[in-house]
Structure formats: structure tokens, C-alpha cells
Design a protein around this ligand. Structure first.
Ligand code: AMP
Length: 197
């Protein structure tokens, strides 16, 4: 939605890794097991992916989804951006209850091509699982399983949650209630982006 409204290129490290896995590349084969288990891929691999992506696509702004997830990733991002004479304007922290996470994961359908995400409770997509943006196939993710979710939540609490205070200290973190529907959440995010422009 951000890309469509503001023309800012977006990338998701998770989506890159799933694509590599589906293509059967060496990187995809190396990381598939970690993705399936709900653990985090090594910082070294993730930082290389982001640096390559920024060099190719980052000159007109960027949105990262699912990155950074650890303090070393956040620190490396700062150094990469300083080298590229760029900077972070905004960090959006979507706050959701554990129940919301469980409900969304239980019904999540995702486009394998562009990452568009919806729910199997939406009749439009349950009957015809085709992406409205790129005609890709909407599918369940193989890590969207309640057992794997416990590992993902544990990784979040120990490695990702400390990033909130890291970004709060430099005053770029904004907390948004992500338990609401996507239009309400998007409207708050849009306002934040407009305020930085
Ligand atoms: P996501 O699509 O953001 O839910 O990510 C799916 C999976 O990809 C995660 O559970 C991790 O195994 C891996 N992954 C994605 N982004 C990162 C990251 N920034 N650091 C480490 N692992 C990641």
C-alpha cells in the first residue's frame, strides 16, 4: 500500500529468502531450514542482502519490512546508510496482541510473487486465490504453523524487541496500534510518511 500510494520501493528480507528457496539457489538451500524452523537467518547473510538491494534500488527512498530484526543488523544498517549518504526518517512499530498474531497467521494467504497479504476469511480470495496486483498465486506460508510461531515469537522477544528502545533513543520510532483493520493502520502510517516529506 505504501509503494502504491507514495511510490517508495519496498523490500522484505523474508520475501527475498522465500523466493531464493523456491528458485532452489545456493542461498535459498542454505537458509530454507532456518525459515522452516522459525529461527533467524544469520546477520551476515541478511546484511549482505540489504546492502545489495540498497545499492540497486535505494536511491529514491526505501521501505524495509521485517528488517532489521537484531541490534547488529540495525547497527550495520546505520553504517551502510552513512556510506551511501542516506538516512532513516521513520521506524514504524506495529503493536499487535499475541491473539491477533495467532488469528492472522491461521488465515494468512500471501502472494508468492509480490508479497501482497490477505486472509482466507476474505471470500474474494478464498474462492479465487489470485493476487489483485500481479496475478501471482496466493498461498499459505509453510512457516505459518502454530508450533513454528512459538519459536518466531521467542526470537522476536529476545532479539527484535530491544530495537524499540534503540530507535526510541534517536527519536524516530512511532508506535501504531496494529490490531485494527488495514485501512486504519495505513491511514496512520500515511500521516507519518507525509510528515517526513
Ligand atoms: P518474514 O517474512 O519477515 O516473516 O520472515 C520469514 C523468515 O525469514 C523469518 O522467520 C526468518 O527465518 C527469516 N528472516 C526474514 N527477515 C530476517 C531478518 N531481518 N533477520 C533474520 N532472519 C530473517
Amino acid at each position: 500500500m505504501i509503494t502504491h500510494q507514495f511510490g517508495i520501493p519496498v523490500t522484505s528480507t523474508g520475501a527475498i529468502l522465500r523466493r531464493e528457496r523456491d528458485l532452489g539457489t545456493p542461498l535459498g538451500r542454505e537458509t530454507a531450514e532456518v525459515l522452516q524452523s522459525g529461527g533467524l537467518v544469520s546477520d551476515k547473510i541478511i546484511i549482505e542482502l540489504i546492502e545489495d538491494w540498497l545499492r540497486l534500488h535505494g536511491s529514491h527512498g526505501f521501505v524495509f519490512d521485517g528488517f532489521p530484526r537484531t541490534l547488529p543488523q540495525a547497527e550495520s544498517l546505520m553504517s551502510i546508510l552513512a556510506r551511501l549518504r542516506s538516512a532513516l526518517d521513520l521506524v514504524v512499530w506495529l503493536e499487535v496482541s499475541e491473539q491477533t498474531v495467532v488469528d492472522r497467521i491461521a488465515g494468512r494467504l500471501q502472494c508468492g510473487e509480490c508479497g501482497f497479504t490477505t486472509s482466507s476469511s476474505s471470500a474474494q480470495f478464498a474462492n479465487r486465490p489470485v493476487c489483485p496486483y500481479c496475478d501471482g498465486h496466493l498461498e499459505r506460508r509453510n512457516d505459518d504453523d502454530l508450533g513454528v510461531l512459538q519459536t518466531r515469537l521467542q526470537e522476536f522477544r529476545t532479539k527484535t524487541e530491544p530495537l524499540a528502545s534503540y530507535y526510541e533513543k534517536i527519536s524516530i520510532l512511532h508506535r501504531i496500534d496494529g490490531n485494527r483493520d488495514r485501512e486504519a493502520v495505513f491511514s496512520d502510517i500515511s500521516r507519518l510518511i507525509e510528515d517526513t516529506q
